[in-house]
Design a protein. Structure first.
Length: 89
């Protein structure tokens, strides 16, 4: 996703993508019995963690780059407290 769309992703899309990975990890690490029986390939686990970290790094760059080009709404969202209960960055 980020490799192909990189600069064209909106702030909302970045936050929703992060939220999706957060929910996925919460499900995997939950104490629910059904999740304990899932055996994921090591490569999948590596790819999920790698993408999660990459999104964090990319957002840190996005947040501080070209602030003059950001809309007032984007700047407000970046400065505001987490929305929808999602803690991003």
């Amino acid at each position: 996703l980020y490799a192909k769309l990189g600069q064209t992703l909106t702030l909302d899309q970045r936050m929703e993508s992060w939220e999706n990975y957060s929910v996925l990890f919460e499900r995997i690490f939950s104490d629910e019995d059904e999740m304990q029986s899932i055996d994921l390939p090591v490569q999948w686990l590596w790819d999920m963690v790698d993408e999660y970290v990459y999104q964090f790094q990319d957002f840190c760059r996005y947040r501080t780059k070209d602030l003059k080009k950001r809309t007032a709404m984007e700047l407000e969202m970046l400065a505001s407290k987490p929305q929808r209960g999602v803690r991003v960055w």
